[in-house]
Design a protein around this ligand. Structure first.
Ligand SMILES: *Cc1c(COP(=O)(O)O)cnc(C)c1O
Length: 584
């Protein structure tokens, strides 16, 4: 995996400075939209979302969580180590890895309930691991129907099936799936796909003959899931399309109802007029014309911009320019004479390399470099911080005690200046939640609803004070200013009940937290006691702002939702010390 995610800390300053000069912003709402769109399209087949290679550069855990929230049945990786990292980060649900060498962590995978793709030679190691752990390994048998890469040869398939059937009888494996992979699915006229599907049918007949009855038969990647309905079987494995990119040369993401999830941004690092005939960048592969002005983009092949790219698009202030000269390790140039009538460009202006429309696309960069869009997003290097938008964590809590406990865990992630905007019907448990936050912050005062006083300040001998506000009767943000919340917010953790649409301006970073009573919600709007009825509720956390935009923050928030039985790595996220390590 290319990225190192520091789970120990997430904080602002330096990481944000890096994010200003270049960032890959991942819109998790786009991922959820894409996965839901694909899942609906392939139903009744189920959907596996493939998050190998750190989710094609998008970040495996946030993408896997978004995919599950949007209805993904299973999460797929290439290597078992990738799947095990997700388990260690607290990802639950069905998870599979399918590409191994003899030193692969089969035992750990079996112990962590990670399903294993089996091409043949791995089976003895997997049955041994299952015996050792006294459990049944879940495997998917892979047959090579014509890709010529991994998977069991059709010649050896009956043999593998016999071994698998014996292991099933022994109780060491369960054959959950049978699968294959296509070679040319993006070309609807190529004979490879019909030939591979015919081979797959033959392989499936042999599976049946061997007495095996797998729940999932799967062969389709993104292109086949979309364009070859007969390839959907019980499950499709979508990677590229979940990220909002099109596998087809003649179809845009919009044509497929998909939204590109990654926006790659930078800022103009220099602008200068130069003499006619100036050679630009290594090798002088471009010379300027009369009236040329060069603009410098501080991203290069060390950031994942392909060195062979010529005329890669960059949008600045709404105008798209194309790169000139060689892409270097850290930078490349644009000649602004390409659009002499466009508005003036200044040092520091935002430059968008690719993203959703109207930005240029990752596919245009792929074309400029003679590669495919898969490679463009996957190779964005760790020097470019990932920033996440529209993350959403939903957790069902059995009652008041679990609400308090979650809030107590969450408090450890908060620091002075953070806001919590709390919404939910009367009786949904907002006061219970705030009591938990106070406890987690080390404040032992009893928390009562601030309805009649608007705001209560709770001093904290060990850290930031808690300011607890009820904005129900306040009309707008101005009235929050009237009670001086803008004065106290930078030095406190501020909880604003009924604050949505009013309190956001108080904070740079905040958590929007919604409590939804699943049963027995009170409709008595005259009862302001907000007495918590000890019943199940759903809690939705939506992080906003730079402090909660990094991978480590999302990882920490996910662990908060997992409950006390999980033992997440300790976080010192409340530290305000800026750290470069906070960023991937
Ligand atoms: C990467 C991969 C996929 C996903 O392919 P996309 O074209 O990105 O949808 C599916 N199956 C296997 C075996 C893969 O390795």
């Amino acid at each position: 995996m290319s990225q190192q995610h520091d789970t120990a800390q997430f904080t602002g300053a330096l990481a944000d400075a890096a994010a200003l000069s270049r960032s890959a912003e991942i819109d998790l709402a786009a991922v959820r939209h894409n996965v839901a769109t694909l899942a609906e399209q392939v139903a009744p087949a189920k959907t596996m979302v493939v998050v190998k290679a750190d989710a094609y550069g998008h970040g495996a855990l946030p993408v896997a969580l978004a995919a599950q929230a949007a209805g993904a049945e299973m999460i797929g990786t290439a290597h078992l180590a990738e799947a095990l990292k997700l388990r260690a980060e607290g990802l639950q649900g069905d998870l599979i890895g399918w590409l191994h060498t003899p030193d692969a962590p089969f035992e750990e995978a079996v112990a962590a309930d990670v399903q294993i793709g089996v091409s043949g030679w791995e089976l003895p190691a997997i049955t041994a691991a299952a015996r050792k752990h006294g459990t049944t390994a879940k495997v998917h048998l892979k047959v090579d129907t014509g890709l010529g890469r991994n998977g069991c040869s059709l010649l050896d398939w009956p043999d593998l099936l016999a071994q698998a059937a014996a292991a099933v009888r022994e109780g060491t494996i369960e054959v959950v799936g049978v699968f294959s992979h296509l070679a040319v699915s993006e070309d609807l006229t190529h004979p490879a796909t019909p030939a591979q599907l015919a081979n797959f049918e033959q392989a499936l007949r042999e599976v049946e003959d061997a007495g095996l009855n797998p729940r999932y038969r799967h062969i389709a990647n993104s292109a086949a899931a979309i364009a070859w309905p007969q390839a959907r079987y019980d499950l499709v494995r979508v990677g590229l399309s979940s990220y909002g990119l099109s596998p087809f040369a003649d179809k845009t993401p919009a044509d497929l109802g998909l939204i590109p999830a990654m926006t790659l941004r930078s800022r103009v690092a220099n602008v200068k007029r130069v003499p006619t005939g100036t050679g630009v960048s290594y090798g002088w592969r471009y010379h300027t014309h009369e009236g040329s002005t060069l603009a410098l983009i501080p991203m290069g092949y060390a950031d994942g911009i392909p060195r062979p790219a010529t005329a890669g698009p960059v949008q600045i202030n709404g105008t798209t320019y194309h790169s000139v000269g060689t892409v270097a390790m850290d930078q490349f140039a644009l000649d602004l004479a390409e659009h002499p009538d466009a508005p003036e460009i200044r040092i520091g202006d935002e430059a968008v390399l690719f993203g959703p429309e109207p930005a240029p696309s990752a596919t245009e960069w792929a074309d400029a470099a003679g590669t495919i869009n898969y490679e463009v997003v996957t190779r964005i290097m760790p020097r470019t911080p990932r920033r996440y938008r529209n993350a959403e964590f939903r957790v069902t809590l059995p009652g008041a005690a679990a609400t308090t406990a979650l809030a107590t865990r969450l408090a450890r992630l908060l620091t002075a200046g953070d806001g919590v905007i709390l919404s939910g019907e009367l009786g949904a448990g907002k006061t219970t939640f705030t009591q938990g936050l106070a406890t987690g912050m080390g404040i032992h005062a009893a928390i009562t609803s601030p309805t009649f006083v608007l705001a209560r300040h709770h001093e904290n001998p060990t850290g930031a004070p808690l300011v607890h506000v009820d904005a129900y009767r306040l009309a707008d943000a101005a009235e929050l200013w009237d009670i001086d919340l803008d004065q106290s917010a930078p030095d406190a953790v501020t909880v604003v009940e009924w604050g949505r649409g009013k309190a956001e301006e108080l904070f740079e970073s905040w958590l929007d937290i919604e409590l939804v009573r699943t049963v027995g919600a009170t409709t008595d709007t005259t009862d302001f006691s907000d007495e918590d009825v000890d019943e199940p509720r759903e809690l939705i956390i939506r992080p906003h702002g730079p402090r909660f935009a990094g991978y480590a923050a999302l990882q920490a928030l996910h662990q908060v939702t997992l409950g006390p039985d999980h033992h997440p790595q300790r976080t010192s996220a409340v530290s305000a010390a800026p750290t470069m390590k906070a960023e991937a």
